[in-house]
Write a new protein. Structure first.
Length: 169
């Protein structure tokens, strides 16, 4: 007997106007992992700007982050500790942009910290791999996607965000 689909769409949003924040709330705790797929563009170039916030900034939600990136001619890496939010996609172009795949492991497990792994890229800026650790035992019930720099930067109309739940294997 064939198993059902592994990736189950939870929510899909395509922006009809520019916005500073996209939030997925009331995420059911019925999956083992989450995958967030983001295709977005910004109103202006945004360095170190694409971030995620879990559970509306829940207390004790400190992140550590490792970033590896390349634009085809240069490479770089960074490591951050005690960050307020998970950081992804170091740079985003104005206009059409790339895609970011974010895998949130054990999001509903209240006995472990949450690991978040992403792979993404942006036209003109290259590709990145990020690993974040959300140091909280709380289950993730909401995710907010936002730009923190530069102030006032917005995700353009037409940007797409899809949240999937992954069933247990």
């Amino acid at each position: 007997m064939a198993a059902g689909p592994t990736y189950v769409p939870i929510n899909n949003t395509t922006l009809s106007s520019s916005t500073n924040v996209v939030t997925f709330s009331s995420i059911p705790a019925t999956y083992t992992d989450l995958v967030l797929v983001c295709r977005m563009a910004a109103t202006s170039p945004a360095a170190n700007a694409f971030k995620l916030d879990f559970n509306s900034g829940a207390a004790g939600s400190v992140h550590s982050q490792t970033n590896l990136r390349s634009d085809g001619s240069t490479t770089g890496s960074s490591r951050e500790q005690n960050e307020a939010n998970a950081r992804f996609l170091t740079s985003v172009n104005p206009g059409p942009s790339g895609t970011e795949y974010i895998h949130i492991l054990n999001y509903s497990n209240t006995n472990t910290y949450k690991n978040i792994v992403s792979l993404g890229g942006d036209v003109g800026y290259g590709v990145e791999i990020n690993n974040n650790s959300w140091r909280s035992y709380s289950a993730i019930s909401s995710i907010s996607i936002f730009f923190s720099s530069p102030t006032g930067n917005a995700m353009l109309s037409g940007s797409q965000f899809t949240l999937y739940g992954i069933k247990a294997a």
